[in-house]
Design a protein around this ligand. Structure first.
Ligand code: HEC
Ligand code: HEC
Length: 401
């Protein structure tokens, strides 16, 4: 659609917006703030034609990204890990724009792939392939794509496997400019070329106006919107969550994490025990790094000894939905959780980046787990599968075309 038509829709949208502001103003003359907020809820924002043509969104009926009802164990202890910056708290309008950006193939240079091509909702926002196919269809990434659930529970300085991006915002526009991933490299105009392309679309100017109050499309706003959509991907509906919600007690020993979990099979509960308890207490010590309830990696974790002499300190994405992944570790080297567990059981290698939790007394940890215990750890990890996150329509593709 050409720009003139898009501008017509834009002014129609602004007119609608002004009209609703006037209506709210009128209502507030007659009532207090309660009436005001009720009026605001029923105010219909009509969805501009360009947005309606390309997406299934209804701007008067937004999904709730900003205020999910989280379980009690998402309390101040967990909140302290939240990396949301003061100037980019999640709100439904901006996160909705983030959803469109995340699923838009037009963010790649040849309209071939979107963020969701590699971060697939059905796979916990992971890619079932070991390496992901870039925009050209000929080149592949050299790292495995990462699950995105619970990304908000990492302290700044922890994005990407090697932690090279400082924030979710800073990370968000990097795949777009990546030579293999989405192809808006400096040589073809970089982000400014993408912004020109977006300005000519029939839906982005209206969406940015809706989200930010004016139609300016900037790299910062693209980053903010993508980051809000990603931060909304909080996982709290796995089998583990349902069970833990029943035993959680903020003042209990280890917040109730050592308690037998209701509804778990004996094998799953044995796995829980192994995962939570440290090697000195008959466990495998996994939770010391992959910390419940988010199963994000603790900030002070170092590497896990995949290669002898490793100098790079790697992170791991949250283990929520690990059971849906098909390739594990930064280079996707393991194709099963059996191989992952065997690594921790017998394969940890010494190196400068190795974490001392995996090298007690300077020697690589050897867990010597029985076959049953290895299977139990895997059964436990499978209780972290959260199909609410992988099926939630608010995280699904909004595009009609
Ligand atoms: C061609 C596949 C591909 C595309 C397209 C892609 N990614 Fe990724 N993504 C990856 C890979 C591979 C990694 C790990 C790269 C690394 O660490 O070097 C990754 C890492 C990430 C991370 C870091 C997660 C963490 O826990 O540190 C985030 C966030 C992310 N991608 C978001 C996005 C967004 C937003 C988009 C779209 C603008 C996008 N990705 C597009 C493959 C892709
Ligand atoms: C010292 C901290 C630490 C401990 C203890 C630890 N891990 Fe990890 N784990 C990591 C790091 C770091 C990575 C990412 C390594 C990489 O890819 O280079 C990782 C990766 C993983 C992955 C793959 C994640 C993915 O998305 O591919 C799984 C699964 C996993 N660990 C399970 C476990 C289990 C089970 C245990 C206990 C037996 C355990 N971890 C103990 C730090 C730790």
């Amino acid at each position: 659609m050409n720009q003139t038509i898009s501008k017509v829709f834009k002014s129609k949208f602004i007119l609608n917006f002004l009209l609703s502001v006037i209506l709210i103003g009128l209502a507030s003359c007659g009532g207090g703030s309660a009436t005001n907020s009720v009026t605001q809820n029923v105010t219909t924002v009509s969805t501009p034609a360009g947005i309606a043509e390309f997406t299934t969104l209804s701007l008067s009926n937004l999904a709730n990204y900003a205020a999910p009802v989280l379980p009690a164990y998402f309390d101040a202890t967990v909140g302290a890990l939240d990396n949301t910056p003061a100037n980019n708290a999640v709100n439904d309008k901006v996160a909705t724009l983030g959803r469109v950006l995340f699923y838009d193939k037009r963010l790649s240079i040849n309209d071939s792939i979107s963020c969701s091509s590699c971060h697939q909702q059905a796979n916990g926002f992971d890619d079932p392939r070991r390496f992901s196919q870039g925009f050209s269809g000929l080149e592949f990434t050299t790292a495995h794509a990462m699950r995105l659930g619970n990304i908000r529970y990492y302290q700044p300085g922890n994005m990407f496997w090697d932690k090279r991006a400082n924030s979710v915002e800073a990370q968000a526009s990097q795949p777009i400019q990546h030579a293999v991933e989405m192809g808006f490299v400096p040589g073809v105009g970089g982000i400014p070329a993408l912004i020109t392309k977006m300005n000519a679309s029939s839906y982005y100017p209206d969406l940015f106006a809706f989200a930010f109050g004016d139609a300016a499309i900037t790299e910062l706003r693209i980053q903010q919107a993508l980051a809000q959509f990603e931060r909304a991907m909080v996982s709290y509906n796995s089998k583990w969550d349902t069970a833990y919600a029943q035993v959680f007690a903020p003042n209990a020993n280890n917040r109730g994490l050592g308690t037998v979990l209701p509804g778990f099979t004996a094998q799953e509960d044995r796995g829980r025990q192994l995962f939570i308890a440290g090697p000195n207490n008959g466990g495998a010590g996994c939770a010391a790094c992959h910390q419940p309830p988010t199963f994000a990696l603790v900030a002070n974790s170092r590497s896990n000894g995949l290669d002898a002499g490793e100098t790079i300190v790697f992170k791991a994405p949250s283990l929520k939905n690990i059971g849906l992944s098909k390739a594990f570790m930064h280079d996707g080297r393991f194709d099963s959780l059996e191989k992952v567990v065997e690594h921790y059981n017998s394969g940890v290698k010494l190196g400068p980046a190795l974490d001392n939790r995996l090298s007690p007394n300077g020697q690589p940890l050897r867990l010597n787990l029985s076959t049953e215990d290895k299977a139990a750890l895997i059964a436990f990890m499978n209780t972290l599968t959260d199909t609410t996150l992988t099926n939630d329509p608010k995280f699904a593709d909004p595009f009609k075309k």
